[in-house]
Design a protein around this ligand. Structure first.
Ligand SMILES: [Zn+2]
Length: 105
C-alpha cells in the first residue's frame, strides 16, 4: 500500500488520513492524526454549504420529479448523485485542525 491514497494531516503534513477517515469527516465526525494526534475535521462552513447546496437541492429536485412524473427511475438518480457527491466531498472539502479539547476540571 503506497501513500498515494492517504490524505495529509493538516498539522504535521504526514499522510496519515485514510480515505475512510476522510469520508467519516464528511459525516461530521472528527479524526485523530496517528502521528501528531491533531483533531481533524472537514471545514464545517464548506461542508455545511456542500450539504445544503448539493445533497438537499439534488434530493429535492429528483423527489419532485418522482412526484410529478410518477417515475421511480428518478430515485435511482438520487442514489447515483449521492455516491458522486460523497466522492467529491472526500476529494474536495478541505480539512481543518480543531482546537484541542479543554481539559476537564
Ligand atoms: Zn498529524
Amino acid at each position: 500500500m503506497g501513500n498515494r491514497r492517504m490524505f495529509k494531516c493538516k498539522r504535521c503534513e504526514q499522510p496519515t488520513i485514510s480515505v475512510f477517515d476522510k469520508y467519516k469527516m464528511g459525516l461530521w465526525r472528527e479524526v485523530h492524526c496517528s502521528n501528531c494526534n491533531a483533531r481533524l475535521a472537514d471545514n464545517p462552513v464548506v461542508l455545511g454549504a456542500f450539504h445544503f447546496l448539493a445533497y438537499v437541492q439534488m434530493v429535492a429536485w429528483f423527489a419532485a420529479l418522482t412526484y410529478i412524473y410518477h417515475d421511480s427511475k428518478y430515485l435511482l438518480y438520487i442514489v447515483a448523485f449521492w455516491i458522486v457527491f460523497d466522492i467529491l466531498g472526500v476529494l474536495l472539502v478541505p480539512m481543518v485542525v480543531l482546537r484541542p479539547k479543554p481539559l476537564s476540571t
